[in-house]
Design a binder for this molecule. Structure first.
Ligand code: GLV
Length: 327
């Protein structure tokens, strides 16, 4: 009897082991050409004959891609999936999966790294020393803000927000949060967190850390009006999605010292970073690396690969974001 041909899947970018080995055990992997722009039309062409696509958060998975005949599943190697037109996926019977949970701790660690770096001016200090400006201890040299005892306002108290909240107890922070729905009382109690409306959070917090997904409701959730509510000594941390903050309004506030600083892992039009932002000393910038520990990125790769294979076999992946596709 002839061997059945193995299903084909399109890998838009390299992933980490063991993700690739997991895929290779069951399917034929078609690698997207390195030298080709990752655009809907070209993705759709490359995906012809494939049952699945493994994508990253920067890949535009539009209806043109989702209507490729025979496509069963798109596995995004990320928790966020605003790069995928989920409604179109459902319409075309395509399952969409993500990688929630596994990256919570690494992302929360990184939110704290940005908080500490911004509050204590770590990047500026490093540059100062490298540039040979350190000429001796100074009473007013590089004065920053204390995290210890500060009020931390968490916008979005999902898994990552809660992981950030847990870290704040070591700094004896007062914890405020704003979420679409208050979290369970037991969680609130365990975290010593108080639910407040967004304006109260912005007015009272020394540090505001954003942990919401990007949706039509959260786009520019933090705009000029919201930034104006914050203390001039406050710090804004964003490890979620750039477009949750109005970048132009933030640049204006930072330039005019209406905020102490900002720590940004994400930008409105990645990978573009406005020159006006890069020019500011009171901002710490990172290239969207919140989840980038070696272990976490390897686990994300493996989960995305397994989600893809489960979907191809016709079973229901645990991380299906559009369960209505099964109806
Ligand atoms: C990272 O930003 C992710 O969505 O996984």
């Amino acid at each position: 009897m002839k061997n059945q041909p193995r299903p084909k899947v399109l890998l838009l970018h390299q992933i980490l082991e063991p993700g690739l080995t997991v895929l290779n055990e069951e399917v034929d992997v078609v690698a997207y050409p390195d030298d080709q722009p990752v655009e809907p039309k070209l993705i759709a062409q490359a995906a012809q004959g494939c049952l699945g696509i493994l994508s990253l958060l920067k890949d535009p998975i539009t209806e043109e891609v989702l209507s490729v005949p025979g496509l069963k599943v798109v596995a995004n190697c990320a928790v966020g999936f605003e790069n995928i037109d989920v409604a179109a996926a459902t319409k075309h019977g395509v399952m969409v999966t993500n990688t929630p949970g596994v990256l919570d701790q690494s992302t929360a660690d990184f939110a704290f790294a940005l908080m500490m770096a911004t509050a204590r001016r770590v990047v500026e200090a490093d540059q100062f020393v490298r540039d040979g400006h350190f000429e001796g201890w100074g009473i007013d040299l590089m004065l920053g803000r204390d995290l210890y005892g500060a009020t931390l306002g968490i916008v979005g108290m999902g898994r990552i927000g809660q992981a950030v909240a847990r870290r704040s107890s070591g700094f004896l922070m007062r914890l405020l949060y704003h979420n679409r729905h208050p979290v369970h009382r037991d969680v609130e109690r365990a975290l010593h967190a108080q639910a407040v409306d967004l304006d109260t959070l912005l007015v009272e917090s020394d540090i505001v850390s954003i942990h919401v997904p990007l949706t039509s409701e959260t786009r520019h959730l933090i705009g000029a009006r919201e930034i104006a509510l914050m203390k001039p000594t406050a710090i804004l941390i964003n490890t979620s999605r750039g477009a949750v903050v109005d970048e132009a309004a933030l640049i204006d506030a930072l330039k005019n010292h209406r905020l102490f600083g900002a720590g940004l892992d994400v930008f409105e039009r990645e990978p573009e970073v406005p020159a006006a932002l890069s020019a500011l000393p009171n901002v710490v910038l990172a290239p969207h690396i919140g989840s980038a520990s070696a272990v976490t990125r390897a686990e994300m790769s493996e989960i995305a690969a397994r989600n893809l294979l489960i979907g191809i076999r016709g079973a229901t992946p645990a991380n299906l974001v559009n369960p209505e596709v099964l109806a």
